[in-house]
Design a protein around this ligand. Structure first.
Ligand code: AMP
Ligand code: TRP
Length: 333
């Protein structure tokens, strides 16, 4: 066990999880735990970076844990925990915040997108410093890989810059260099109502929510925006809608885009194609939803979180102590 490589990832409990979260992140977590010692957490402190209703935050948090379990995470292979249950995240954040620069944080795409519509005077410091906490999340567990969707790659790259900076400054390998791992197919699922935009948690028409009723999911796929034409091939620039549906189908079938394209070469009707995609999505999500409901209604969630918390604290505190000593904080018994 100890010699296994390690993996860490997390999801923010900020809203309804989407098919994008499922394909880009959740679905991959199950495979990762077979080869890596795996840590998966709920990024609840990150959810506070934009205003959120306290009750919603609590119920979203429980939801994500149930989704993790429904996605096949096995507590013997993956430690599932809450970020706020491990104080070392906030403590390491307080240290690392001094090693990242205003310039690099202000260039983060996610920050630019989220703050673009806001009054400059009222942009939260937490939103700006979001990637610092994310670096702390990652580095506490010294993971080899960080499985995420494409949109998080930039944050992991920043973390890699920080590792280099920190290790160079103290002339020691304090942190292991983590690597972002994105799915080969499906790292960026697009909105069904505007396939030039990412599927995010805030667009009820363009999103497939993991909690949507099966008939709603089918309806959303059948009315997904497509281009003119009738052939099914992958061309994200000129056929973004069809390309997105092909990507969804390929990801859920564990095949390449080329293989998916070949399957549909004799179909010349978008309606027929969409129906097959909808069948595929439902074949995967219906049993997933059933498992989710079971986990949500039984009492395992707190037990899972308590066990995960203990293991996470153990690893995180080891790294934190090492960092404190390295930077010169007086560590005593
Ligand atoms: P978030 O909802 O921002 O906490 O994202 C949780 C995980 O889902 C991250 O690894 C994201 O990169 C991934 N993710 C979010 N939206 C998408 C999408 N539209 N396509 C693929 N992955 C996504
Ligand atoms: N920032 C990630 C997101 O929005 C969630 C997250 C927080 C995360 N800390 C992390 C993902 C550490 C991977 C590793 O999706």
């Amino acid at each position: 066990m100890c010699n296994m490589k390690r993996s860490l990832s997390g999801i923010k409990p900020t809203g309804n999880l989407t098919l994008g979260n499922y394909i880009g992140a959740l679905r991959g977590f199950k495979k990762v735990q077979e080869e890596y010692e795996s840590f998966i957490f709920v990024a609840d402190l990150h959810a506070l970076t934009l205003p959120i209703d306290p009750q919603a935050l609590r119920s979203n948090t429980k939801d994500i844990v149930a989704f993790y379990l429904a996605a096949g995470l096995d507590v013997n292979k993956t430690s599932i925990f809450l970020q706020s249950d491990v104080p070392a995240h906030s403590e390491l954040n307080s240290i690392l915040i001094n090693y990242l620069y205003m310039g690099e944080l202000s260039r983060m795409t996610q920050f630019k997108d989220k703050s673009a519509k806001m009054n400059h005077e009222a942009i939260g410091v937490g939103l700006f410093a979001y990637p610092v906490l994310m670096c702390a999340d990652i580095l506490l567990y010294q993971p080899d890989i960080v499985p995420v969707g494409e949109d998080q790659r930039q944050h992991v790259e920043l973390c890699r810059d920080l590792v280099h900076r920190f290790n160079t400054r103290y002339s020691k390998e304090i942190f292991i260099m983590p690597k972002a791992v994105t799915p080969k197919v499906g790292a960026r699922i697009m909105s069904l109502s505007d396939p030039t935009k990412k599927m995010s948690k805030s667009d009820p028409k363009g999103d497939i929510f993991l909690k949507d009723e099966p008939n709603v999911i089918r309806k959303k796929i059948m009315s997904a925006i497509t281009d003119t034409g009738s052939d099914i091939f992958y061309d994200p620039e000129n056929k973004p809608g069809i390309s997105n549906l092909l990507q969804i189908y390929a990801a859920l079938s564990d095949i390449s885009i080329e293989e998916a394209q070949a399957k549909f070469k004799d179909i010349h009707q978008y309606g027929e194609f969409k129906k097959i995609v909808a069948d595929k999505v439902l074949e995967e999500l219906v049993p997933f939803q059933e498992r989710y409901k079971e986990f949500l209604n039984n009492k395992t969630i707190n037990d899972v979180l308590n066990a995960g918390k203990d293991k996470a604290r153990y690893f995180a505190n080891k790294t934190l102590t090492k960092v404190k000593k390295t930077v010169g904080l007086y560590v005593h018994e």
